[in-house]
Write a protein that binds this ligand. Structure first.
Ligand code: ATP
Ligand code: FE
Length: 318
């Protein structure tokens, strides 16, 4: 609440425009922590009402998903948003691990989600357990620190101690994720003094590499099921977004997989993978162009399944 006015003014100044030049105001409507959502919503409503501009409430995860359409240039290098619908999105962040079938703006089918921890949460816990430091790394801190350690390690040394999640016959066919078992296995491994010594950087690096590799294995295994299931739908791309999608090992794995299905892998640049304001603004543009303007009585949605977006719009136009 203290900083919003100067941030908004700073953005307008940096763009070299006047507030009156804006076409609309987009704001994160949910999901998220109620006090944070309210601070943004109040500021956005005030701006919109004073400037007499339309307001657009944005779903945080839709914004992660649609950023790819801002940052990809198509063959003619024109600014037609690409990839075109339908495409598969893997959203891997601090709070979510989702496989979505993106069918249009506001139209998502959730094919899979995590049954317990999000992948980013598990990565953060692993980085903490390994006592990595990330004070200087800013955004994406623990994940970036883990990736850096892993880049100096070998994954094969400890991989056998970290079983692939949901690999039993029945659960291997299920389109959901589970990262809590992997997290526990990692914790147990870290405390095995007969096997590892965290004062030795080689041990830390090898542990980080094994853990990162297992995360990639699990993500790829479930994504493969989703791609097989959607084979006949005319998919145009595989999109990976959210903070964890800035991990190069994970990107490489997804790239191999998408090639097998003849699809391009599209990932926003790392700075647009973790949370940012650009993705909210872009989603606002997409929704404005689709005529999905909200009214000033709009409320925040702290809990908001992404599949409900469809319904929300149906309700709004009814
Ligand atoms: P959500 O979008 O689900 O509400 P969030 O907004 O907190 O969660 P993001 O900002 O999208 O999440 O991503 C943060 C997560 O990404 C953190 O768990 C962070 O450790 C992880 N992350 C960032 N960079 C990397 C990287 N290079 N490798 C692995 N993980 C990373
Ligand atoms: Fe996020």
């Amino acid at each position: 609440m203290q900083n919003l006015p100067s941030i908004v003014q700073g953005a307008i100044d940096a763009a070299g425009i006047q507030a009156s030049d804006l076409d609309a105001i987009a704001v994160t409507r949910g999901p998220g922590l109620p006090p944070c959502l309210s601070a943004g919503m109040n500021a956005a409503k005030t701006l919109a009402a004073v400037l007499r501009k339309p307001i657009l409430g944005v779903h945080h995860m839709e914004a992660h998903a649609l950023t790819a359409r801002l940052t990809t240039k198509n063959a003619e290098n024109s600014h037609v948003p690409s990839p075109v619908f339908p495409f598969i999105t893997l959203l891997i962040s601090g709070g979510h691990t989702l496989i979505l079938l993106a069918q249009g703006v506001g139209r998502y089918k959730q094919l899979g989600t995590t049954l317990d921890d999000a992948v980013g949460e598990a990565i953060d816990k692993a980085a903490r357990g390994l006592q990595l430091s990330w004070a200087t790394q800013g955004r994406g801190g623990p994940g970036v620190a883990l990736e850096l350690a892993a880049s100096n390690g070998r994954s094969d040394r400890f991989k056998a101690h970290l079983p692939l999640p949901m690999s039993d016959f029945k659960r291997a066919k299920e389109l959901n994720f589970s990262f809590s078992g992997l997290k526990t296995a990692m914790n147990r491994l870290i405390s095995r003094q007969d096997l590892v010594d965290l004062t030795r950087s080689q041990d830390v690096n090898d542990l980080a590499a094994a853990f990162q590799e297992r995360c990639a294995d699990h993500l790829a295994a479930k994504l493969e099921l989703a791609l097989e299931q959607c084979r006949t739908l005319g998919l145009t791309a595989l999109v990976a977004s959210g903070g964890v999608a800035s991990n190069q090992t994970i990107r490489n794995r997804l790239s191999v997989l998408s090639q097998r299905f003849g699809l391009p892998l599209i990932c926003p640049p790392p700075e647009l993978c973790t949370d940012n304001g650009v993705m909210i603004a872009w989603t606002g543009i997409e929704r404005l162009q689709a005529g999905m303007v909200d009214d000033y009585e709009m409320t925040t949605m702290p809990r908001w399944p992404i599949e409900d977006l469809d319904q929300e719009h149906a309700h709004a136009v009814a």
